[in-house]
Design a protein around this ligand. Structure first.
Ligand SMILES: [Zn+2]
Ligand SMILES: [Zn+2]
Length: 221
């Protein structure tokens, strides 16, 4: 079974997820945003082992704890190459957005640059990288097809979408990413966003005020 646990961390209430395979205990950390003392205990029930750190994108609220988590866990991190400049600028992002926790915001050494469509496995759970630019140029989602689970980063939220006013942001690209890459995955897919509660893709396809059918009819709710 695919296990999904989360902790809400940092000044932007970011969702850090632990995702793993309950049968083999293999797991990954998604977007460690800081507060490692709250993230690392997510491994405990079942003794899950974090073998990799997956970054949906390079904004500080998602990556502030990455270098520290890599050291504590001995696990490599991966991100889309288009968002590497955000990681390199983590100290500047920290100063700009008021991240003051000791030891955070160190630029991590990237172990792997992932690409659209790339498969990966956590034990018997098969995942796939989906490049979904718009919130940032290198934003990606992580899809577990059999488990019907998507980690959406800041691309899609329950009832909203990610902001596109930061450097590299592009609303039309975001719209295309969501409509052409995420919605076709299926209405039954549960998505876990970078902020706020999880939801079902079908609900967003119908009623999301920015990218759903309601928005096409010009009916903002
Ligand atoms: Zn972001
Ligand atoms: Zn965020």
């Amino acid at each position: 079974m695919l296990v999904v646990r989360h902790a809400v961390v940092g000044p932007f209430a970011e969702n850090t997820y632990l995702v793993g395979d309950s049968e083999t205990g293999e797991a990954a950390l998604v977007d460690p945003g800081g507060e490692l003392d709250r993230i690392l205990p997510l491994r405990e029930p079942g003794g899950l082992r974090v073998g990799r750190i997956l970054l949906t994108h390079g904004h500080i609220d998602h990556a502030a704890g990455c270098a520290a988590a890599m050291k504590r866990l001995g696990a490599p991190c991966q991100i889309h190459p288009a968002d590497v400049p955000w990681l390199e600028a983590l100290p500047q992002q920290a100063a700009m957005f008021g991240f003051e926790e000791e030891g955070l915001a160190e630029p991590p050494q990237v172990g792997h640059h992932h690409q659209d469509g790339e498969p990966f496995a956590l034990g018997r759970q098969a995942g796939r990288i989906l490049h979904t630019p718009g919130h940032s140029a290198g934003s990606c989602c992580l899809f577990f097809e059999e488990a019907r689970v998507l980690f959406a980063g800041d691309t899609l939220f329950a009832g909203s979408v990610g902001r596109t006013d930061l450097p590299g942001g592009d609303f039309e690209a975001l719209e295309r990413s969501i409509r052409e890459k995420l919605f076709p995955l299926g209405d039954d897919v549960r998505f876990y966003p970078g902020h706020g509660p999880s939801g079902l893709l079908g609900d967003e396809r119908r009623a999301n005020p920015f990218v759903g059918e309601a928005s096409r009819r010009g009916r903002f709710v």
